[in-house]
Design a protein. Structure first.
Length: 286
């Protein structure tokens, strides 16, 4: 089923994100996580695509296939194009079709200064067009409530987002954020720009201080005072920080649902305990 068909049915669409295990771990390690996540009955689970987009080493297709075909949960495979040729993408899309994967999050990927990008695709919108020409996939795109790092300003970034949606992205998933006001401001501007597809809000329950520092340096999310106070208070008490991180994320989600958000995309960090706790807290509100 296409993910776009899950929206507009009077319920907030709850989805999870997992990442493939590191090269040093066996792929089996992720299956226990997925089994526990699928028990929580999300609308779909997405699987990230290794930064750099190495075709040979990528287990995204295998994991998305297990989610869909073994655990009977809708899957969305992430794909990046910055380091791919059109021929690489044809191979990847062929694998998806064979594995019965119907949904793709079409991404450009981050540009690694040490690896010159391939020239077939410059922006995710071009990947969206390519995917549409190569199969009947449901296509989603990424968006940035606090502006993509390379964009000069929000207006430019939103006008670029419009090109991606006009190319065929049917739903959007946001970068993680900790301040809901950033999301509401972004959503208003996106709608004024004539982008009317459903937007899922990306929420990451924070469970350790290093994780926040890494994430914030990567994606530039702003940290409200309420959030930094929480981290300062519990940074040396791991158990308390996990509870506080779950409570903070649940509070964000309650507010988002009350304000009509169409979807919640939980960055689970492959932690089923945290996903279960959040689902217990917000499950009846969706
Ligand atoms: P684009 O939509 O192409 O945008 C990139 C930049 O180009 C933006 O600044 C935009 O304003 C600008 N732009 C777009 N179109 C045009 C145009 N026509 N003319 C001029 N400028 C333009 N990375 C991974 O490696 N693997 C993953 O699995 C992964 N999953 C992600 C999931 C989500 C929900 C999000 C939000 C990000 C994810 N990323 C992932 C990171 C993503 O690859 C990076 O943020 C990347 O830098 C941008 O990707 P994009 O698809 O948003 O690019």
């Amino acid at each position: 089923m296409k993910i776009s068909e899950k929206f507009g049915k009077g319920k907030t669409v709850l989805s999870f994100e997992v990442f493939p295990p590191k090269k040093t771990s066996s792929i089996e390690t992720v299956y226990s996580t997925i089994e526990q996540l699928t028990d929580l009955k999300p609308a779909y689970i997405s699987v990230t695509y290794g930064a750099g987009g190495n075709l040979a080493n990528n287990s995204t297709c295998e994991i998305a296939s297990a989610i869909k075909n073994k655990y009977n949960t809708e899957a969305m495979a992430h794909v990046t194009c910055v380091n791919c040729t059109k021929s690489d993408l044809e191979t990847i899309l062929g694998r998806f079709r064979e594995a019965n994967i119907e949904n793709i999050l079409a991404l450009r990927g981050d540009i690694n200064p040490d690896i010159p990008p391939k020239t077939d695709f410059k922006y995710a919108s071009e990947l969206v067009t390519f995917i549409k020409e190569h199969g009947d996939f449901g296509i989603s795109g990424a968006c940035y409530p606090e502006v993509h790092a390379e964009a000069p300003d929000m207006v430019t970034d939103i006008l670029n987002l419009k090109k991606k949606v006009d190319a065929g992205a049917e739903t959007l998933v946001t970068q993680l954020f900790f301040d809901n006001r950033a999301f509401y401001d972004f959503r208003d501007k996106v709608r004024i720009a004539g982008i009317n597809v459903p937007i899922s809000a990306g929420i990451m329950p924070v469970t350790n201080k290093n994780q926040i520092e890494r994430m914030v340096s990567m994606c530039g999310a702003s940290l409200p005072q309420k959030f930094t106070k929480m981290i300062q208070k519990y940074e040396f008490n791991q158990e308390a920080l996990i509870d506080a991180g779950i409570a903070y994320a649940a509070d964000q989600i309650v507010d988002l649902i009350s304000n009509g958000v169409e979807g919640i995309h939980l960055y689970t960090m492959n932690n089923p305990y945290v996903a279960r706790k959040i689902t217990d807290l917000i499950g009846k509100l969706l």
